[in-house]
Design a protein around this ligand. Structure first.
Ligand SMILES: [Zn+2]
Length: 186
């Protein structure tokens, strides 16, 4: 049975809100623990206000507007950067349906490993059974003991079917189709 790997945060907005709330509560606490921190902050704000209304070659309020715009651009830039970095990770794509069966797997480096198949109705793991009457002819089938139903028969060996599934997974990874499957699971 494959192990589910770490997937991207499914609730980024909730995480952001919780993070902001924690910061809003914790920051004043830390500031209040440092002696004279509040008066230092008040001095900074007062100095900045006095500077902004005093005479410069460029007026103070224009500099303030400029700095606020720069901060806004920086904030939006960081948000966009975070948005692109939280793109879904292909390593989270570890299950899909192929040839009427559900398949689970892991990645070992860039290789697909620990491939196993499951009943599409009840998720019971199904094992390949040899159903060929002749040694020269490959024929395997899958039977779900839980549903007590047949889950398909293939005119090939388990190795060939496994190889076909691996190539199907690789194709989806190459064409980015895996993202559709990942989105349907959310
Ligand atoms: Zn079943």
């Amino acid at each position: 049975m494959s192990k589910k790997q770490a997937s991207p945060d499914p609730h980024p907005i909730r995480t952001n809100i919780i993070g902001s709330l924690v910061a809003a509560i914790v920051t004043p606490l830390i500031v209040s623990l440092i002696p004279g921190a509040w008066s230092f902050l008040a001095k900074c704000v007062t100095s900045f206000y006095l500077w902004s209304i005093s005479d410069h070659s460029i007026s103070g309020w224009m500099m303030t507007v400029f700095m606020l715009c720069a901060a806004l651009v920086l904030f939006i830039g960081l948000k966009l950067l975070r948005g692109t970095s939280s793109k879904p990770d292909w390593r989270g794509y570890i299950t899909d349906e192929f040839f009427g069966l559900i398949w689970h797997w892991n990645y070992y480096g860039h290789d697909i490993a620990s491939l196993a198949c499951f009943c599409p109705k009840c998720s019971m793991q199904v094992n390949p059974q040899n159903r060929s009457s002749f040694t020269a002819v490959d024929r395997i089938g899958f039977y779900c003991e839980h549903c007590e139903q047949d889950r398909g028969e293939f005119e090939e060996s388990w190795e060939d079917l496994e190889n076909k599934v691996i190539r199907s997974i690789q194709r989806k990874l190459r064409t980015n189709e895996w993202q559709l499957r990942a989105a349907s699971e959310d």
